[in-house]
Write a protein that binds this ligand. Sequence first.
Ligand SMILES: *Cc1c(COP(=O)(O)O)cnc(C)c1O
Length: 379
Amino acid sequence: MKNGTKFIHAGMEPDPSTGAIMTPIYQTSTFVQEAPGVNKGYEYARSQNPTRTALETAYAVIENGKYGLAFSSGVAATDAVITMLNPGDEVIAASDMYGGTYRLFDKVFKRFGIKFHYVDMQDAENIKPFLNAQTKLIWTETPTNPLLNIVDIAAVAAIAKAHGVLLCVDNTFASPYLQNPLDLGADIVMHSATKYLSGHSDVVQGCLVMNDKNLYDQLYFIQKSCGAVPGPQDCFLILRGIKTLHVRMQRHCENGEKIAHFLRNHPKVDKVYWCGFEDHPGYAVASKQMRGFGGMMSFTLKGDDIEEAKRVLSSTHVFSLAESLGGVESLLSHPATMTHAAIPREERMKNGLKDSLIRLSVGIEDVDDLIEDLNKAIG
Ligand SMILES: *Cc1c(COP(=O)(O)O)cnc(C)c1O
C-alpha cells in the first residue's frame, strides 16, 4: 500500500460498539470487569486505552514496523529507551542533535552512571573507535537539528549490527513520509509526534516503533511502569493529523525548496543549511534514504552578528518566532538562545552552530507570502 492510503487508514477500525468511523476519545481511567480477572483487554488506562491502541497501531503502520508505543512527549519516548540501560552502560550519540535530547542524556542520565559519547556521525566510521563491551546503544538523528547534517542510517545500522548494539533513530525531522529508518536497519524509530505527525501545533506527544517482540515487551513494561502515557484526546488529535501527513509534507517540501533557493541568493545571507542542495555534503545519502528534502532549514547572516539575527527574528509577520516545528504555519527560531541554549557556547561553536543561525520550519502557506516576509525581515 502506498503512503497516502496508508496514512489515512492506519490503525482505523470502525468502533466495535457503534460503527463510528473515527476512533472515539475513550475518556476513562478504568474499565469495568465482568468478573475478577475477566475483561475485554482493557483494565486501567495507564496500561491500555482504546484510543491509544488505535494510535499505537497507526504508528507501527506508518513506520513499517510491527509495534508502536505512544508517550506523553518526544522526550518521554527517548527517556523510555535510555531507561532500558543499566549503570555502566555506554551510549554513542550524534554530536548535532535536538538540544532536549542532549540535556536528558547529559543532565539526567549521566547522574545514573550511563556514559555518553558524542560523535559526528556524518561519517559512520567515526563511531567505531567508541565501541566497546559496555556500548549498548547508538542514538542518532537525521537530518540533524538544527544543522541539517545527514547520517547514513544503513551504514550506522551495519556497524550497530556487527557489534550487537541497538540503533535508535530520531526520525522527527524527516517524518515517515520522507524516511523509514526500520527499513534501513534501525532497531527503534523515535518521533516527537508534536511536530509533523500532529502537524497542527496543538499537542505534545512522542512515539517509538520497533519490529522485535522482546524489545517491544521491555519498552511496553517501561511505558506502563514509568507512566509517561498520553491522554486519549491527544491520541485522537495525532490520529487525525496523520491522515493528512502526505498532503502536508508534499507542500512542506515544495515550499522548502523555493525558500532554500531564495535564501541562498540573498546578499545578506551567508550560508543556507538544507539537505536538498546538490553541494550539501550529505546530498548523496539524503537522496538515497529520503523521498524528499522537507521544509526544515537554517541559515546564517554575513558577519555572524547575534544582534542582527535577533532583529531579523523579531521582524517577520507571517513566520512566528517560536520553538517547535512541523506545523502548518511557518515558524522561525534562534537555536543559540532557544532550543540549544542548554549546550555551552564553546560546545555549540565546535559543532558549527553559530550565533546568527536562524532555523526555519517552513509551513504550508502560499510560498510567495513567505518569501516576501523573509525578504522584508532580512532587509
Ligand atoms: C521536539 C523534538 C524532540 C522532543 O520532543 P517533545 O515532543 O518536545 O518532547 C526530540 N527530537 C527532535 C528532533 C525534536 O524536534
